[in-house]
Design a protein around this ligand. Structure first.
Ligand SMILES: Cc1cc2nc3c(=O)[nH]c(=O)nc-3n(C[C@H](O)[C@H](O)[C@H](O)COP(=O)(O)OP(=O)(O)OC[C@H]3O[C@@H](n4cnc5c(N)ncnc54)[C@H](O)[C@@H]3O)c2cc1C
Length: 455
C-alpha cells in the first residue's frame, strides 16, 4: 500500500498537480493517484503559463512551448483573435507528473475504483481489485469530469459533447481556429509536425453511438468550409472520440477533511478556453482552504462559503460570457444548438444576482489562509479585489471618503505621498492603489471617494 500521507489527491491533471506541489512546498506529505488520460488536444491561454509558473510546474510549461496564432470565424466574420499554446494533453499531463515528482510528491500510477473512510478518520483509496493504493488524513478529489458526482448539482448547461479526430498532412506552422456552423462550432489546431486536430462541439442528443462517431464527425466537418480547407491533403489517424463538454456546477465541495478541486468542482463550456486556467487557479484557492481547515473544524463554515461562493461566481461568470458569444452568432439563431445556448443561463433562474459596483464583506485569501475582509467588486471583477500592490483598497477608500478633497489623487505624487503617510505605507504602492480606484470608477477625476456606491 502507498505511504500514509497528510493529503491524498485523486487525479493528476493541472488542478491536482498544482495543488500537490503547493502543499508539498509547505511541508505536507502528499500522494497523488494518477490514471493515464485519453488523448486530447487543447489550447492554453498565456494566463495558464503564468499560473503554472507560479505553481513551479516548469516541465509542463516547457511542453506548452510557444503560443500559436488563433483565428475565429463567427457570424460570417473572420478575425485574428489572439494566441494560445497548443498542447497534446497526454504529453502535457506526463510533464505535470514529472513536476509533481520533482516536488517530492509521491505519484502512484493507478485507477481509483473506491474510497473508504477509516474508523478513526482518514481515507484509503482502492483499485478495481480492492487493493489499497494510498491512505491519508485529507482527501482531494481532482479526477476532473470523471470524478464521481456529488449527488448535488447546483447548475447545469445544455448537454454538450465534443467529437475530435486527429489527422496528418503536410507540415504547416502551428495555428488554431474556432469556427461556427449550423449545429455547433469547430476548433481546429495544426502542429508543425503535420498533425491536425478537428474537434466539433455539438448537442449531446445529436451524437451517435461510438461505432458511428467517425462517420458523424466527417459529415459534420463537410458543413464547415474552413475545416475542409484546414484538412486539405490530410488523412485521419485513428478514429474519432467523444468527450462530455457540458458546463456543470457541483454542490457540496468541501468538508472538514476533504475538498473537490478543478473540474471535479465545476466545469465550463470549452468555448471559454479557460478550463486549465480555472483548474490551476482553483489549486491556489484549495491550498488556502486546506491550510485553514488544519486550524480546526470551526473554520469549516467560512472555508465552505469561500470555496462554494468562489466556484459559483466563476461558473456563472463563465456561463454569462459564453452566452454572449453564442448570441453573437445570428445566422442560425433558430437552430436548437444556438437557441439553447443563447438562452442559458436564464437570468430569471437561480443564478446569483448580478454583481454591482461597490464594497462587500466576503471570505478572501490572506497569507495562504481564508479570512473575512471587505473587498471592492465590479461587474468585471465579480470575485472582488482586496489589495493592489499590498495596499488594502476598502480601508483606503474609507479614508478618502472621510477626507473629501478636490485633488486628482492618482495623478499627483504629492497626494499619493500624503495619503501614504496617513495609511503608513510607501507612496508608490499607494499611488498604484489610487490609480486602480480611479480606473475602476471608485474615484472620479478631481473628486474623492465621498458618496461612493456601496455593495
Ligand atoms: C472537449 C473539451 C475541450 C477542452 N478544451 C480546452 C482548451 O482548449 N483549453 C483549456 O484551457 N481547457 C479546455 N478544456 C477544459 C480542461 O480540459 C479542463 O478544465 C482541465 O483539464 C481541468 O483540469 P483538472 O485537473 O481539474 O482535471 P483533468 O485535467 O481532467 O485531470 C483529471 C485527472 O484525473 C485522472 N483520473 C480520472 N479518473 C481517475 C481515477 N479513477 N483514478 C485516478 N485518476 C483518475 C485523469 O486521468 C486526469 O489525469 C476542455 C474540456 C473539454 C471537455
Amino acid at each position: 500500500m502507498g505511504a500514509n500521507t497528510d493529503a491524498m489527491i485523486l487525479g493528476a491533471g493541472p488542478a491536482g498537480v498544482a495543488l500537490a506541489r503547493l502543499l508539498a512546498a509547505r511541508g505536507w506529505s502528499v500522494a497523488v493517484v494518477a490514471a493515464r488520460r485519453a488523448d486530447a488536444w487543447e489550447g492554453l491561454s498565456p494566463r495558464v503559463i503564468v499560473g503554472l509558473q507560479r505553481a513551479g510546474c516548469t516541465a509542463a510549461v516547457g511542453v506548452a512551448g510557444d503560443a500559436a496564432p488563433r483565428r475565429a470565424g463567427w457570424n460570417g466574420r473572420i478575425s485574428a483573435l489572439n494566441h494560445e499554446h497548443l498542447v497534446d494533453r497526454a504529453r502535457f499531463d506526463a510533464a505535470l507528473w514529472q513536476d509533481a515528482r520533482a516536488a517530492g510528491v509521491r505519484v502512484i500510477e493507478a485507477t481509483v475504483a473506491t474510497l473508504r473512510r477509516g474508523e478513526r478518520g482518514g481515507w484509503t483509496a482502492f483499485d478495481a481489485h480492492d487493493t489499497p493504493l494510498a491512505s491519508a488524513g485529507v482527501l482531494v478529489e481532482a479526477r476532473g469530469r470523471r470524478a464521481p458526482a456529488t449527488g448535488l448539482t447546483d447548475a447545469c448547461g445544455p448537454r454538450t459533447v465534443a467529437v475530435a479526430r486527429v489527422f496528418r498532412g503536410p507540415p504547416v506552422p502551428a495555428a488554431s481556429a474556432a469556427v461556427s456552423f449550423a449545429d455547433g462550432w469547430a476548433w481546429m489546431a495544426a502542429a508543425p509536425d503535420g498533425r491536425r486536430l478537428a474537434q466539433i462541439v455539438v448537442d449531446a442528443g445529436s451524437v451517435p453511438p461510438r461505432h458511428r462517431l467517425s462517420a458523424f464527425h466527417a459529415t459534420q466537418l463537410l458543413r464547415v468550409p474552413e475545416a475542409v480547407e484546414w484538412l486539405a491533403y490530410c488523412a485521419p489517424e485513428g478514429e474519432a472520440s467523444a468527450r462530455d463538454a457540458t458546463a456543470v456546477l457541483r454542490g457540496g465541495l468541501v468538508g472538514a477533511d476533504w475538498l473537490r478541486v478543478g473540474d471535479a468542482a465545476f466545469t465550463s463550456d470549452p468555448l471559454s478556453g479557460h478550463g486549465v486556467h480555472s483548474a490551476v487557479g482553483s489549486a491556489f484557492a484549495a491550498l488556502a482552504a486546506l491550510t485553514t481547515l488544519r486550524d480546526g473544524p470551526e473554520a469549516l463554515p467560512l472555508v465552505r462559503r469561500f470555496v462554494e461562493e468562489r466556484s459559483a461566481e466563476l461558473f456563472h461568470h463563465a456561463a454569462a460570457v459564453g452566452r454572449a458569444f453564442y448570441r453573437m452568432e445570428e445566422r442560425w439563431a433558430d437552430r436548437p444548438f444556438w437557441a439553447h445556448r443563447s438562452a442559458w443561463p436564464d437570468d430569471s433562474a437561480d443564478a446569483p444576482a448580478p454583481v454591482v459596483h461597490g464594497r462587500r464583506v466576503q471570505p478572501v485569501v490572506v497569507d495562504d489562509r481564508v479570512v473575512e475582509r471587505e473587498v471592492l467588486v465590479t461587474p468585471r471583477l465579480p470575485r472582488g479585489v482586496l489589495t493592489i500592490e499590498g495596499v488594502e483598497l476598502a480601508p483606503l477608500l474609507r479614508l478618502l471618503a472621510d477626507h473629501p478633497s478636490p485633488t486628482d489623487f492618482a495623478a499627483s505624487d504629492d497626494t499619493a505621498s500624503a495619503v501614504a503617510r496617513r495609511v503608513g505605507q510607501p507612496p508608490a504602492p499607494v499611488g498604484a492603489a489610487l490609480l486602480w480606484l480611479r480606473q475602476n470608477g471608485f474615484l472620479q477625476d478631481g473628486v474623492s471617494g465621498g458618496g461612493l456606491p456601496t455593495g
